[in-house]
Design a protein around this ligand. Structure first.
Ligand SMILES: [Fe+2]
Length: 407
């Protein structure tokens, strides 16, 4: 199905940006412990906001993305990153208000204090995220009674025959990118591809399972602060026997050919969740980047109208408003795209739209350059996959690549 070009400009997040002035956060950002790590993005934001005049600092558009990311933890900061050195704003005033905030209208001490309080609250929330998530996962594993327990371990019968044939091709000796592109639909020159992923029967049973969970008394973490409806699949217990083998055995052979320059052949962790859009619930999703090297977005159902996805350029700034292509959902099909491709979702006008989102991450890439701030990350210890970073401090060298050579 051909995408529409020049779709409606999506709504933008209006949340103000916030500097991180917390010494505790900065100290936490200096720790390197454990096998998987989070990147405490706000520490980077603080340094950028306080960079003196003439020093490398995020341009205005990048700071706006930072504000969006603050609202949407999964969102990432695009823009020019370190290459933007030399773009400077007004010097820090005697009030002590960082230039990047002054540029956005923060003029008084009271406004500045309000911003600081907001960021303190957000830092604390982020510090507690993994702990709360672990608590929910424990409660769910001990108390939740699945409607379809067979869904929790991946079976090939769940997968569409065309998907299995495509994976078989990708693992064959003759596989190459050109051959793969004859087997998947190229949606645009933005490197967005579509193919059937799951069977209709699986998708219907999966939604029934998610509805059963939603109606249960179980504690529920939400995918991010912009999706108020949906399910985190690791908390539901679907990571180990479903999403991880799906990524390793079936998705990575495709991404290795489609996105070798984005770590597509070294996707060693993920964050998987289901989002739900409906009238009187979440309707749409503002422009954002994913905290992922490669994203798979599968349309599970049910019946709905509108709600198309839209895509702009890779790591594009939002000023001026970019041109978007609009892409319709095709039930049971998945869209592959780079996480840094600016995108969002238009409002549904009826029905319910459920989509499985898998953010696939390559520590080999992100260890070198955080996709959230385009800088080398400073990391803190994390539970589970964390945000997909690794460290070589546990012994031996991480298998890393030079991202400068990839871009
Ligand atoms: Fe996204």
């Amino acid at each position: 199905m051909a995408p529409k070009v020049g779709g409606k400009a999506p709504s933008e997040s209006s949340r103000k940006m916030s500097p991180n002035l917390l010494g505790g956060a900065a100290a936490a950002a200096g720790l390197l412990l454990g096998p998987r790590r989070h990147h405490l993005f706000l520490g980077h934001l603080q340094r950028r906001l306080h960079a003196p005049q003439g020093q490398a600092r995020a341009p205005a558009g990048q700071a706006r993305q930072a504000a969006r990311s603050e609202r949407f933890p999964g969102g990432t900061v695009g823009g020019k990153g370190p290459a933007a050195a030399g773009e400077t704003g007004p010097a820090e005033g005697k009030e002590g208000i960082p230039p990047a905030l002054r540029q956005r209208g923060c003029r008084s001490e009271d406004e500045f204090k309000a911003v600081i309080q907001e960021i303190e609250k957000e830092v604390q929330r982020r510090k507690e995220l993994s702990c709360r998530s672990r608590e929910r996962k424990t409660i769910i594993s001990q108390n939740y009674r699945p409607k379809h327990p067979q869904l929790y371990a991946l079976q090939e019968s769940f997968l569409a025959p065309q998907f299995l044939e495509t994976v078989n091709y990708c693992t064959s000796k003759e596989a190459d990118p050109q051959g793969l592109l004859t087997r998947v639909a190229t949606i645009s020159d933005k490197r967005i591809y579509r193919l059937p992923v799951f069977s209709k029967e699986f998708c219907q049973a999966f939604i029934e399972e998610l509805e059963n969970f939603e109606q249960s008394e179980m504690p529920k973490g939400r995918p991010n602060s912009m999706n108020n409806y949906g399910v985190l699949l690791n908390e539901l217990g679907m990571d180990e026997a479903f999403i991880t083998p799906l990524r390793e055995k079936y998705l990575q052979p495709l991404t290795a050919l489609l996105y070798p320059d984005c770590g597509g052949g070294h996707l060693d962790s993920h964050k998987a969740f289901v989002v739900k859009y409906a009238l009187h619930e979440d309707l749409d999703l503002s422009s954002h980047y994913d905290n992922a090297e490669v994203t798979l977005n599968v349309s599970l159902g049910k019946e709905f109208t509108e709600g198309n996805l839209y895509f702009a350029e890779f790591r594009q700034d939002t000023n001026p408003v970019p041109k978007y292509i609009e892409v319709e959902h095709v039930l049971f099909h998945g869209l592959f795209h780079r996480g840094g491709q600016m995108h969002g979702a238009l409002p549904v006008t009826s029905g319910e739209r459920w989509n499985l989102i898998i953010w696939m991450r390559s520590s080999a890439v992100r260890n070198q350059l955080c996709p959230m701030c385009n800088r080398e990350p400073e990391l803190v210890e994390a539970e589970g996959f964390g945000d997909g970073f690794t460290s070589s401090l546990d012994g031996g060298q991480s298998d890393t690549v030079d991202v400068c050579a990839l871009i």
